[in-house]
Design a protein around this ligand. Structure first.
Ligand SMILES: [Zn+2]
Length: 203
């Protein structure tokens, strides 16, 4: 009995440590996105996959740069629950990205979403953007612009996708990769925009 109690206590301590680690990382991602003007105090969302059928996601209406443990919720990936409405409004897309990724063996364990202004602006003109800069050509295969329902398949395939008129969804093997790809995408789209604007002025 005593042994069982001790092992339960250890399990709970481990779960709390894992939760603390993820929330800290989510908050750091929020602070970096905020510092680059990619989210405001309420917009954007983030999730991580905890196991095959469990994700940890930001709650709706809370601020990513100031997130604490009470601002996240653990939910199943493969089924809806009555607590779904507490989660970020993009919960369905996050779930579907993990499902599509699992189907294609793509190893996506974290998803970041922000309303990147350059991506939203370009999404009104292009269905696909080919990166011009060396870094993005190396790390980003394809930048698709898609309607909301097609986002999961593109994120599973190319790790990122622009939702038309809305923002970007980026997946990674962990939050570090999702953040790195978000920032590489941002840099690449700035270069794309500047090059096209300069071309118009200079020619
Ligand atoms: Zn959004």
């Amino acid at each position: 009995m005593e042994k069982q109690k001790n092992s339960e206590k250890r399990n709970n301590e481990q779960k709390v440590a894992v939760l603390d680690k993820f929330v800290k990382k989510m908050r750091e991602c929020g602070q970096i996105l905020f510092s680059r003007n990619l989210i405001d105090t309420r917009s954007g969302n983030v999730s991580v996959k905890l196991d095959r059928n469990k994700l940890l996601i930001k709650k709706t209406g809370v601020s990513m740069p100031y997130m604490t443990k009470k601002d996240v919720i653990t939910l199943p990936i493969y089924e809806g629950t009555e607590k779904d409405n507490l989660a970020s409004s993009d919960l369905k897309i996050h779930r579907q990205i993990y499902i599509e990724s699992e189907k294609g063996n793509k190893n996506i364990n974290a998803v970041l979403h922000c309303h990147m202004p350059e991506a939203v602006a370009l999404s009104f003109f292009d269905d696909e953007i080919t990166p011009l800069d060396y870094e993005a050509q190396y790390f980003i295969k394809k930048i698709k612009v898609a309607e909301y329902n097609s986002i999961p398949e593109y994120v599973a395939e190319f790790k990122l996708c622009i939702a038309k008129g809305h923002g970007v969804f980026v997946g990674g093997k962990d939050l570090d990769e999702a953040l790195f790809l978000t920032l590489a995408l941002h840099n690449s789209l700035k270069i794309f925009l500047l090059k096209n604007l300069l071309e118009k002025i200079k020619t």
